[in-house]
Design a protein around this ligand. Structure first.
Ligand code: MN
Length: 492
């Protein structure tokens, strides 16, 4: 039975939690009854896949439940109150947050994107950064982002079932918005996987070029490395070290980036397939390094002790590149289980935190965000206080609002359509006579919300601001334009 299989990944939770999860499972299953994905699978299989990914990251019961329910508001007749009554306020808030995140879209004009002009690229990067901030701002609770990332991961894995037009947009969003967010959360493995899934859809020609170039080299290396792994394993067993060892191929998009950056010859990229050894203690890390060097001669300048001297991002490991059998060059990475988990799924961000300590340039709000994440990281091993500090409120005073064309305006919380109109252009503000929000007419004084799509209606001829707008506008930009029009003199 599918359910039995599902809960096997949840063995880190207690009976009470599992009972609630079972209820959510059945609830979501019946809500999505009769719905199918474009791949032909039952829709509910998507909800389960998303929940499973979060289970691999060992998230709490509320997150797993919210993951099972994450599409019911958008795609079924279930209402938010039912979720609140059935599963509590926290789950309802998470489902609502994830649903809102689903409304965020990159602009159509971003795809196909040709970074031919420098200004284009800068403009694109600025907009992408705003979208990333917006996603974080709207999540408030980091678990909502994690659900969204797990959702995106499964959608990327099943992207072949979607029509071509949509494929391109979703892949581009993944590459430019979601993979960088995963990266910032220290989730490097997820970032690599998302990028590799998106790469062929976004840059098909480049993908073809790099795979044709790299795949034969990968295969040859894997074969050679399996011999090296056998030899290294034998030596470590002789020294009674407990270890895990495997060959680790570089993610293809990351290889592509490296090739672009350094204009490198593939044969010069030694970490194309590296050997990774995971042990239990730091002491064992150094022992393993000694064993490797006793057998194979290290390359001068290629021994890196990132345990004693972690990278600015907090990354820890020992790296060494050695001459193996037949003079082939092999990179080894040695680390403890804990270092490994942090490097791969760092979820929160031990490394962001260390980066801050060494970088004075980090803006203040980023610092707060990072500190919160770091606190979360610490509380990971203290389930009682877990998620107490998860609220990402460093953008709580800002909202992000779309124009109908997909441009984003960043406004203070409480800003109205009039503020939005002036943020677009002075004349749009002065001639504003009404506003549509998400397709419906709204009053000009109504505060806008995150991710609203707002269309400003302007007077055909003339049109002028109203003095009473001064009673509700929030931005000094709008205030000053209105005051100027009525010759009142600017406010500071
Ligand atoms: Mn979904």
């Amino acid at each position: 039975m599918a359910y039995e299989q599902f809960i096997r990944d949840l063995n880190y939770l207690g009976k009470k939690d599992l009972d609630r999860i079972k209820k959510a499972y059945e609830f979501a299953q019946s809500a999505h009854q009769g719905q199918f994905r474009q791949t032909g699978e039952p829709f509910f299989s998507h909800s389960v896949a998303v929940a499973k990914t979060l289970a691999l990251w060992k998230l709490d019961a509320d997150t797993i439940i919210a993951a099972l329910l994450h599409d019911v508001l958008e795609d079924t007749t279930v209402k938010i109150d039912q979720i609140r009554h059935g599963f509590g306020k926290n789950v309802a808030n998470l489902v609502e947050a994830v649903t809102k995140l689903g409304r965020i879209r990159i602009k159509k004009s971003w795809f196909p994107f040709k970074p031919s002009k420098k200004e284009n690229l800068a403009d694109f990067e600025r907009q992408a950064e705003t979208l990333r901030k917006m996603i974080i701002a709207m999540s408030r609770d980091i678990r909502a982002i994690l659900i969204k990332l797990a959702d995106r991961l499964h959608n990327m894995k099943t992207l072949h079932g979607v029509e071509q037009q949509k494929q391109a947009r979703i892949a581009k969003e993944t590459l430019e918005i979601y993979a960088p967010i995963a990266h910032r959360l220290g989730m490097n493995e997820l970032r690599g996987v998302l990028e590799d899934l998106a790469f062929p859809y976004v840059y098909p020609a480049e993908y073809k070029w790099i795979t044709e170039l790299a795949v034969p080299v990968y295969k040859k290396r894997q074969k050679y490395l399996s011999k090296i792994i056998k030899i290294a394993s034998k030596k470590m067993r002789q020294e009674k070290i407990k270890f895990e060892i495997h060959g680790r191929a570089k993610h293809i998009y990351s290889l592509y980036r490296k090739m672009l950056r350094h204009d490198k010859d593939l044969s010069q990229i030694y970490d194309l397939v590296a050997v990774r050894i995971i042990v239990l203690t730091i002491e064992d890390c150094y022992k393993v390094l000694g064993i490797l060097h006793a057998n194979w001669k290290p390359l001068v300048g290629k021994i890196k002790d990132y345990i004693a001297l972690p990278k600015p991002n907090g990354y820890q490991s020992l790296h060494t590149t050695v001459f193996c059998q037949a003079g082939e060059i092999v990179e080894f990475q040695i680390r403890t289980v804990q270092m490994h988990e942090l490097a791969e799924n760092g979820i929160a961000a031990h490394w962001h935190y260390s980066q801050v300590k060494t970088s004075a340039k980090m803006p203040k709000e980023t610092l707060i965000w990072i500190q919160k994440l770091a606190r979360w990281q610490k509380s990971l091993h203290n389930p009682k206080s877990l998620y107490e500090d998860l609220k990402l409120d460093f953008f709580k005073d800002r909202i992000f609002v779309f124009t109908p064309k997909g441009d984003i305006k960043d406004l203070p919380a409480g800003a109205t359509s009039v503020d939005f109109a002036y943020a677009i252009h002075t004349q749009i503000g002065n001639r504003c006579v009404g506003a549509k929000c998400n397709g419906k007419m709204i009053g000009l004084s109504k505060p806008l919300e995150n991710a609203d799509i707002v269309e400003i209606l302007i007077a055909r001829k003339g049109g002028k601001p109203k003095r009473d707008w001064l009673n509700f506008v929030k931005t000094s930009l709008a205030k000053n334009h209105i005051r100027k029009f009525f010759k009142l003199g600017p406010v500071s």
